[in-house]
Design a protein. Structure first.
Ligand code: AMP
Length: 130
């Protein structure tokens, strides 16, 4: 069965899309650690990030760099933290999270609530800068 992220990439499930290319997609996390928390995926489904083909992995990081710089210009923060967890969704992805302290990248902490309108605006504002 296709992963939820494959279904998002195929347009079967909605997302707050930030940016995409033929091979990659960036969209807002629905349970974010901070405003602007974005997931970056290869559209091709592979569970474990270190099973990705070298070129696809390199391209993922380069695409994530563009997205991270756009988040940084949109959400006030010290820098963009990057994390790979993958324990919930078996489809390789990078978390890009605006951070100001070590604690901001703690995935056990309570998530922030964002309205649909805020999600849509954030996705649009970040996407314009990618
Ligand atoms: P992990 O696999 O542990 O890296 O966590 C998966 C992440 O994907 C979590 O931060 C979820 O909030 C996020 N997530 C799960 N389903 C969706 C979805 N449909 N749209 C956006 N983000 C999602």
């Amino acid at each position: 069965m296709a992963s939820i992220f494959s279904r998002i990439a195929a347009g079967e499930i909605p997302c707050y899309k930030v940016a995409e290319t033929d091979q990659y997609l960036a969209f807002l996390d629905i349970n974010p650690l901070a405003k602007g928390h974005t997931l970056v995926i290869p559209k091709q489904e592979t569970d474990y990030i270190f099973d990705l083909d070298d070129n696809l992995l390199a391209g993922l990081v380069l695409f994530a760099k563009k997205v991270a710089l756009a988040i940084e210009q949109t959400v006030p923060c010290e820098r963009i933290g990057i994390a790979v967890i993958g324990l919930e969704v078996p489809h390789a992805h990078l978390h890009l999270v605006p951070i100001n302290s070590l604690h901001d990248l703690d995935f056990t902490k309570p998530r922030v609530k964002i309205t649909k309108e805020e999600y849509a605006q954030l996705a649009q504002e970040i996407g314009q800068k990618v």
